[in-house]
Design a protein around this ligand. Structure first.
Ligand SMILES: Cc1cc2nc3c(=O)[nH]c(=O)nc-3n(C[C@H](O)[C@H](O)[C@H](O)COP(=O)(O)OP(=O)(O)OC[C@H]3O[C@@H](n4cnc5c(N)ncnc54)[C@H](O)[C@@H]3O)c2cc1C
Length: 638
């Protein structure tokens, strides 16, 4: 007999063990499924140069248990634009990006990233069943409706879900998308190679070009551009030498096509002597010529029980460093959309959600890459539209594909509950939020009415999972957003019952709950209170997300402590050190004084057993991962 896990597991087939295929394999393995990957190559010769791990994907890798610092990634620290003679056009220090995005922008070698993904997918340790990678297994066809694929030796493999991750020349694309739009030359090509930075520093003519660690350099000539940045702990310098493809030899396309140094020097002849000296240092054997392909967006990436991800779905020009990142986003989104327990009958429906999560986003970033391309010729109407390499950064970097997909799935599932009970209404669209009716803020009051407010920051896309509708969002740029825990005392005169009441609630700032809301406002997805009469009234009369718990407050010297408990189990604590907070006023800014809010560290199954009625809420709050809590308001007196 099957154990319950085995009974719930899906068997997932993936064509292609590139960056996207392996990311999907890890995410789905960790979700609890059995994954088989079919890769045409032998992985005998590892190919590729450097690749970006921007914040939007850096966090996803960390969530999968892959630490980019472990495979010698270095941070991107400066972004500088030069003209062909080396005059500075602009230079930005990007070391402070951690203030705006939760995760760093790092630069990796593709081989190191690929190795790390392979190791994580197949590791005997960690969650889930190790992924099986079948090498030298070329996929030649598939049956999208039945999730089966055919290998070149005629073998047919049957699964529950099929993922086409077979790269820019995907064979599954035309079967799954039912459109035969092949990738086409974009008009540009790139010479690619790496030079050891120690060698560059040894030469007095070139040493000045690598003075700043972590510098991304863009050198713009006429109808050509050099993109240069370090990888492997700032020991190797990666070159992408972009130029019109008519100027370099050959029309073949691939990742391993040799390029000639003679041609490289001729194509970039207009550049400064120092830069030409740098290009001359390239090992001629190592120079590859990479033809840049582009393709019109496909109408769909899904069909029956099959889907496309990565370059197979949306090949990228390299001008935003997002090709690998978007493939990883696709894979991680699939992991979030197919949690263990997803039934075979739900697969087609989940793939519809996958399209909703990924199509618009990837197509938009694809368009940014086109606009950020170098101008290939005077007739080129798209390339060169954007001259600032950081123009699209906020949109590119400020997205968390896992949180976004989780949000979509939650709201999708909740929208199907026809008779939501009171507890499942918390945090969900199943709560028929009546806009214009008294909302939770009526209970938590305006900021000036609050006794204590501890502000913190959390991932924006995660906070959005607490908003009520699929199209609700937080109007703040970047990857972080602000929220707070507020404590308020409601006086007897303010309600029909008796006595003073204490409430504790989560406040999400800058919320836009529906597209017709013009001004962002605070939203309170959950409030805790220890007065049963008040909770019943607020829930039944106002339909507010308020939960009954025990609130235990005390002072230990100048330390204020509030414990939230149910059935004798503490699930959350709020601490405020009021010693430094002598102003006891309201300002909305950090009043000083240490504060923290902690959630129980108990695992979900233990919380479920101890506090079944609160487990969902606690689990969601545990995911908040609150950073930098500060006392923003306090009227507490010691
Ligand atoms: C060898 C190589 C070198 C690269 N070098 C760079 C680089 O230096 N810098 C950069 O920015 N990007 C590079 N890329 C591109 C970048 O990795 C991808 O654009 C991006 O990661 C998207 O990932 P993907 O998984 O969709 O595609 P890819 O990473 O291209 O992976 C596709 C995988 O599918 C396999 N495959 C193809 N056809 C079949 C088939 N019929 N059956 C089974 N398997 C198949 C391929 O062998 C490959 O492993 C390189 C890609 C490859 C394959």
């Amino acid at each position: 007999m099957l154990d319950t896990h085995e009974a719930k597991r899906l068997h997932i087939l993936i064509a292609g063990a590139g960056i996207g295929g392996l990311s999907a394999a890890i995410a789905l393995r960790q979700a609890g499924h059995v994954v088989d990957v079919f890769e045409s190559s032998r992985f005998a010769v590892e190919l590729g140069a450097a690749i970006h791990l921007p914040p939007n994907v850096n966090g996803l890798l960390r969530r999968l248990g892959i630490q980019p610092d472990d495979f010698r990634c270095n941070d991107a620290e400066f972004v500088s634009v030069f003209d062909s003679q080396g005059n500075v056009v602009s230079s930005k220090d990007v070391r402070n990006l951690r203030e705006i995005y939760p995760f760093p922008w790092q630069l990796s070698h593709r081989i190191d990233l690929h190795e790390a993904l392979k190791a994580k997918a197949t590791s005997l340790h960690g969650p889930g069943v190790p992924v099986t990678i079948h090498l030298r297994c070329k996929v030649v066809g598939c049956d999208p409706a039945h999730a089966s694929l055919t290998l070149s030796d005629g073998t047919v493999v049957q699964g529950d879900l099929l993922i086409g991750a077979d790269g820019v020349h995907s064979v599954l694309r035309k079967v799954i998308a039912q459109e035969d739009i092949a990738a086409e030359p974009s008009g540009g090509s790139a010479f690619r190679f790496l030079i050891p930075i120690s060698k560059v520093k040894e030469n007095p003519e070139t040493a000045a070009l690598v003075q700043k660690a972590g510098e991304l350099q863009f050198w713009d000539g006429q109808y050509r551009r050099l993109v240069i940045y370090p990888c492997r702990n700032n020991t190797e310098l990666n070159f992408v030498c972009l130029h019109p493809d008519t100027e370099s030899e050959g029309t073949t396309e691939g990742w391993n096509i040799a390029g000639s140094q003679e041609n490289l020097l001729r194509v970039f002849d207009e550049f400064s002597p120092a830069m030409k000296a740098l290009l001359e240092m390239a090992d001629p054997e190592s120079i590859k010529l990479w033809r840049l392909l582009d393709r019109k967006a496909l109408g769909t990436w899904i069909n029956g029980k099959s889907c496309l991800i990565g370059d197979a779905a949306h090949p990228f020009l390299p001008h935003q460093g997002q090709g690998g990142a978007q493939a990883i986003e696709d894979g991680v989104a699939l992991g979030a959309l197919f949690p263990l327990g997803t039934s075979r009958d739900e697969i087609a429906d989940r793939l519809e959600l996958y399209m909703k999560c990924r199509y618009e986003r990837a197509t938009m970033v694809q368009n940014f890459s086109r606009q950020a391309a170098f101008k290939i010729s005077a007739k080129d109407a798209v390339g060169g539209t954007s001259t600032d390499p950081l123009e699209f950064m906020r949109i590119n970097f400020g997205h968390d594909a896992h949180d976004f997909a989780t949000n979509m799935l939650r709201k999708h599932l909740a929208s199907r509950i026809t008779n939501p009970d009171a507890l499942c209404s918390v945090f969900g669209p199943s709560n028929p939020l009546i806009l214009g009716a008294p909302d939770s803020q009526a209970i938590l009051g305006s900021p000036s009415q609050r006794l204590l407010e501890i502000e913190f920051r959390a991932r924006r896309n995660y906070l959005e999972t607490f908003l009520p509708r699929m199209d609700s969002r937080i109007a703040s740029p970047g990857g972080w957003s602000k929220a707070s825990w507020a404590v308020r005392r409601i006086q007897p005169a303010e309600w029909k019952g008796h006595g003073e009441i204490t409430v504790v609630g989560l406040c999400i700032f800058n919320s836009i709950l529906s597209p017709d809301q013009t001004e962002p406002k605070e939203f309170n997805p959950v409030i805790f209170c220890d007065n049963a009469e008040f909770v019943i009234a607020a829930r039944e009369e106002l339909n507010l997300p308020i939960l009954l718990v025990d609130l235990k407050e005390r002072f230990i010297g100048a330390q204020y402590q509030m414990k939230l408990e149910r059935s004798g189990h503490t699930f959350m604590e709020i601490h405020a050190d009021l010693a430094a907070n002598h102003q006891n006023g309201e300002s909305g800014t950090d009043l000083g004084g240490k504060s923290w809010v902690s959630l129980t560290l108990l695992k979900p199954d233990v919380v479920e057993a101890l506090l079944p009625g609160l487990a969902n809420v606690i689990g969601r709050l545990q995911g908040l991962d609150m950073k930098d809590p500060v006392i923003a308001r306090s009227k507490l007196t010691v």
